[in-house]
Write a protein that binds this ligand. Structure first.
Ligand code: GTP
Ligand code: MG
Length: 302
């Protein structure tokens, strides 16, 4: 189970893949070591597996350090030490190093909460005023450290809190799912006019869909968050889309991770997905018209 990967490969893709695999193995290995140090029954007398686990952790951390961290930043890097000696001691050092990343994660979570509250307030207000909820759901996430590291690596940037805050706009992400297309534009406009929120960038993939058919309204905003030391402007990526657009994007996203599809099949699937995106857009438009018709009928009957 604990196979070791030792071949180095020059291409970023393979390297990232290798790191991901090593990361998984390293997690497993760490578990084994901790369990064995705690004297778990299942590992009694399994010294070989424990020493293999140590080797894997060592290799993973060396690989992260040599390939991602050291080449890009020598002074400021949050360096991961190579495990040598007492495993518990090394784990403690790792925890200390992760402290500032935990703090950053907390700050992005707070920024997400601010944006979610803004969207929820608008939804509540509209539900009382117009007896309808334009937002059907909101989801959010802070980008995981591995994806952050990959993105920084691809951009040739160091793996530091400073580089992340200054260069990445999608560490905090909020996705707002609306019922109808016009709700998307109403919510976007109402958010944009709030004076504590700075609009950094808009990408309207509804008016201008991506070549693959992807549709969604993207806003990068900067929102002030008040911490004990003062106000920090934090970037958040807001994606606003209809349920139908979200349905399409979920499947598209899933297919991106399906490996071992030959290029011919991939092209056929891409064409089919594109056709689906167009049909979904037509359906969204018809649904919108039906709702407008219902609204005006209701008005006339009052
Ligand atoms: P990254 O793609 O994150 O490097 O950023 P970018 O600067 O290219 O921004 P863009 O607005 O194109 O994409 C940001 C996010 O939108 C992505 O991370 C996805 O969540 C989503 N997205 C963009 N294009 C697609 C797509 O073709 N399919 C799906 N499923 N999601 C997409
Ligand atoms: Mg992109």
């Amino acid at each position: 189970m604990l196979k070791k990967k030792s071949k180095k490969n020059d291409t970023n893709e393979t390297l990232v893949q290798e790191l991901e695999e090593l990361s998984e193995m390293s997690d497993y290995a760490a578990e084994m070591i901790i369990e064995s140090e705690l004297g778990a029954d299942s590992l009694d007398g399994n010294d070989k597996e424990v020493s293999e686990s140590r080797e894997i952790i060592k290799e993973y951390q060396k690989s992260v350090r040599d390939n991602i961290m050291l080449p890009t930043l020598r002074e400021k890097v949050v360096d991961v030490p190579v495990i040598d000696g007492d495993i518990m001691e090394q784990l403690k050092i790792l925890m200390q190093h992760s402290q500032q990343f935990q703090e950053m994660e907390m700050m992005y979570s707070c920024a997400i909460r601010e944006v979610r509250t803004k969207a929820e307030v608008l939804n509540d207000e509209m539900s009382v005023r117009y007896h309808r909820n334009p937002i059907s759901s909101i989801t959010s996430r802070v980008k995981n450290p591995e994806s952050i590291a990959n993105k920084l690596y691809k951009k040739g940037l160091p793996f530091t809190v400073e580089a992340i805050m200054a260069n990445l706009s999608d560490v905090a992400g909020v996705r707002i799912i609306c019922e109808f297309v016009d709700d998307i534009y109403s919510i976007a406009a109402m958010l944009a006019m709030q004076d504590d929120l700075k609009l950094v960038k808009i990408k309207d993939y509804i008016k201008y869909p991506k070549p693959n058919g992807y549709r969604s309204y993207h806003m990068i905003v900067e929102i002030p968050v008040f911490f004990s030391k003062g106000k920090t402007p934090m970037r958040v990526e807001i994606q606003i889309r209809t349920m139908a657009m979200d349905f399409w994007a979920s499947l598209d996203h899933e297919l991106k991770y399906k490996k071992n599809i030959n290029p011919e099949d991939e092209e056929i699937i891409a064409d089919e997905l594109h056709a689906c995106a167009e049909r979904i857009a037509e359906t969204d438009e018809i649904m919108q018209q039906i709702r407008m018709k219902l609204d005006s009928l209701e008005k006339n009957n009052r």
